[in-house]
Design a protein around this ligand. Structure first.
Ligand SMILES: CC(C)(COP(=O)(O)OP(=O)(O)OC[C@H]1O[C@@H](n2cnc3c(N)ncnc32)[C@H](O)[C@@H]1OP(=O)(O)O)[C@@H](O)C(=O)NCCC(=O)NCCS
Length: 165
């Protein structure tokens, strides 16, 4: 029989026992915006208008990781582009929640959605200086296709990374 420790209070009905991946919708916009600001404090965070567009687009797949108290810990936004490629538009994990596998779980969720829609090529952009994210994507099978000079508004270069299923 499975017993809970007495010093660990039961979560309220309907709350998860551990962080879980759930679809993210338009109603999550404020929490997503706040988390995005924390993840991309370098000025590359999205404004509300862009997030509104992304979250309500009929070809976007958006997921979040929520804590046992329903707090957003991480999020991902993927979109099917007009050329029928999947595009990972944004991925962010709260700074204090990193290296727990949340980004891997979110990438899995978004890639599964792409695959179910018949998408066989997925692309994303990453700063050339963002070693951590590049390692994550390489682990998932993404390869660098080319360098994009001054891709970011800060003037930083980016890499285009692609995965073929
Ligand atoms: C990049 C980011 C999304 C990774 O999220 P995460 O939840 O910490 O990643 P995971 O725990 O799923 O990591 C999976 C694997 O990716 C690699 N990895 C992830 N972050 C890494 C880092 N900072 N340094 C080295 N490797 C890293 C590791 O191989 C890791 O496996 P391990 O922990 O067993 O070694 C997160 O650091 C983040 O939100 N950064 C700021 C925003 C950002 O850069 N987003 C991506 C823009 S393209």
């Amino acid at each position: 029989m499975w017993l809970r420790r007495k010093d660990k209070p039961e979560p309220p009905f309907g709350m998860p026992l551990e962080p879980v991946v759930k679809p993210m919708g338009y109603s999550d916009i404020n929490e997503c915006w706040r988390l995005d600001q924390r993840c991309f404090s370098d000025g590359e965070a999205y404004d509300r208008e862009t997030l509104r567009y992304l979250l309500s687009h009929n070809k976007s797949f958006c997921y979040k990781v929520i804590s046992t108290s329903n707090e957003m810990l991480a999020f991902i936004i993927g979109m099917i582009e007009p050329d029928d490629t999947g595009h990972v538009v944004a991925l962010g994990v709260a700074p204090e929640q990193r290296r727990k596998g949340f980004a891997m779980q979110l990438m899995d969720a978004v890639e599964s959605s792409f695959l179910k829609s018949g998408i066989t090529t997925v692309r994303l952009e990453v700063r050339t200086s963002n070693d951590g994210a590049q390692r994550l994507y390489a682990k998932l099978g993404y390869g660098i296709i080319r360098r994009m000079p001054h891709y970011y508004t800060s003037g930083d270069d980016g890499y285009l990374m692609v995965k073929y299923f």
